[in-house]
Design a protein around this ligand. Structure first.
Ligand code: NAP
Ligand code: MG
Length: 455
């Protein structure tokens, strides 16, 4: 079985990709298991060196990886270059792990007590189509660094950069079978990661709906699971903020990657007294966004990823939708969708509650600080968010009050490889990136050795 990829900016047919069956997945997992045992037995310095070589191989291939993402996913080339560099950085950061995978020595009576961080074995990583290569690296880099093997299932629509990364790993000298990319359907390949008992952990990034199924499936084998799911993040603008700056930076916080971003600040909450001022600046910023050919470095926003996703996003904007203004988008082939700003009357409008995952943002007024925090928290999600105010104490109070894993004051920070990332509530379970991510790919083992006669 195979299927054909479509370039989202031109609708041209591209590479044909193999859709693996369950038997092929099982064979790959067996191979991974063999490679993992040898990998975990290597000198830690050698594992570190191989990961640094992998980072170097990615570094040398950055432009190629970026071009693949432009063709396969429609990401603007400037964004795609950042993504390829980010993968290199993630690998380099976790290359330090094998030589620093410390345990503890714990004072106890009658002997020596030490802990070890043991690898889990084979880890299955399942990724979505919105940031194919970066999200893959958040799973495979710390997992490999902690002594595991990885089987990676990329989203059906966007496998090209993942396939290339597996080649680069082999070229860098990673053992055969240690890091394999298995293409195909989520319901077949991804689901087999859940049911095959040799896969000891599943790292899933994708929709909350599928994430719940994965978690339920993993329960059967008490399989470890990390979930990075949906979001409906708030960008909160107080009257005492630099309102012009908040408004001119807001487009990138929600329309970056055409809004196909789990961290998109897709609800903008503006204090009522500065609402009109905010909207004026925001309109200028949105209408001047450069939406078009993703191969050009001047492009801010490319197309949506597929026809099916274009249809899903379009369903949120119909004749009854209170559209305040829209940006531009090209005509002709390609899954184009103009940036769209809506001002719903009701706080329970579906544009305020559902993750649209496209370039549609809802802007609503709030009254005071308590109202802002309660509105920001009026969602099942809790992934990201921004707070704009010149009052430091308020910034801290609101940052502590918003139920979300990643907040940014007077800025819209994107993900950093050296800080923890993940969601509150139904946005996820566990954390990726940052100084501790590799620990999520280990079990803590405690060993006691008596130094005196035991009773
Ligand atoms: P999705 O439909 O949930 O798919 C994600 C991945 O899971 C794909 O590889 C998919 O394969 C696979 N899959 C589907 N059904 C499966 C099953 N029954 N068992 C195992 N695997 C299965 O999500 P998406 O539409 O690709 O991505 C968009 C979603 O991802 C959004 O909700 C977004 O918020 C979320 N996201 C979250 C984060 C985060 O870090 N929190 C980051 C990025 C995206 P197929 O391609 O074959 O369907
Ligand atoms: Mg899907």
């Amino acid at each position: 079985m195979s299927y054909t990829l479509i370039n989202p900016a031109t609708e041209e047919a591209m590479e044909t990709i193999e859709a693996l069956d369950v038997e092929a997945v099982d064979a790959a997992v067996e191979k991974a298991r063999g490679a993992q045992v040898a990998w975990a037995g290597l000198n830690p310095a050698d594992r570190a060196m191989l990961l640094r070589r992998f980072a170097d191989a990615v570094d040398g291939d950055r432009e190629h990886l970026a071009e693949l993402e432009v063709r396969n996913s429609g990401h603007p080339i400037g964004n795609a270059r950042w993504e390829a560099e980010h993968v290199r950085n993630v690998l380099e950061y976790y290359a330090a792990t094998p030589e620093r995978l410390f345990g503890k020595q714990i004072p106890v009576a009658g002997g020596l007590d030490v802990t070890f961080q043991e690898p889990l074995g084979v880890v299955g990583v399942i990724t979505p189509w919105n940031f194919p290569m970066t999200i893959a690296s958040w799973g495979f880099a710390p997992a490999l660094a902690a002594g595991n093997a990885v089987v990676l299932k990329p989203a059906e629509w966007t496998p090209l950069t993942s396939l290339r990364l597996a080649e680069l790993g082999l070229e860098a000298g990673l053992p055969e079978g240690l890091f394999q990319v298995l293409t195909g359907k989520g319901s077949v390949v991804g689901n087999r990661f859940v049911t095959n008992p040799t896969v000891r952990k599943v790292v899933f990034t994708g929709s909350t709906e599928v994430g719940k199924q994965i978690m339920a499936g993993c329960a059967d084998q008490v399989k470890r699971v990390t979930l990075e799911l949906g979001g409906k993040s708030a960008n909160i603008v107080f009257a005492d903020a630099d309102v012009a700056k908040a408004a001119t930076t807001a487009p990138s916080s929600v329309f970056d990657n055409s809004g196909q971003d789990c961290c998109a600040r897709s609800r903008i909450l503006v204090q009522r007294s500065v609402f009109d001022e905010f909207m004026q600046h925001f309109e200028t910023a949105v209408t001047s966004l450069n939406v078009g050919d993703p191969t050009q470095s001047t492009t801010d926003m490319g197309p949506l990823v597929s026809r099916a996703h274009h249809d899903a996003v379009s369903a949120y904007v119909d004749a009854d939708t209170p559209v305040a203004f829209r940006g531009t988008a090209p005509e002709g082939p390609g899954f184009w969708f103009a940036p769209t700003v809506v001002t719903p009357e009701s706080r329970t409008d579906r544009c305020m509650t559902e993750e649209i995952f496209g370039p549609v943002v809802a802007v609503v007024p709030f009254e005071d600080e308590a109202d802002a925090v309660s509105l920001a928290n009026a969602t099942e999600f809790g992934l990201s968010g921004s707070i704009w105010t010149r009052d430091v104490a308020r910034a801290i109070r609101v940052a502590r009050g918003v139920e979300s894993g990643n907040l940014s004051v007077n800025s819209h920070s994107s993900v950093r490889y050296n800080t923890p990332f993940g969601g509150f509530k139904q946005s996820g379970l566990g954390r990726e990136l940052g100084p501790d991510a590799h620990l999520a790919f280990t079990e803590t083992k405690n060993v006691f050795i008596p130094t005196t006669e035991q009773d």
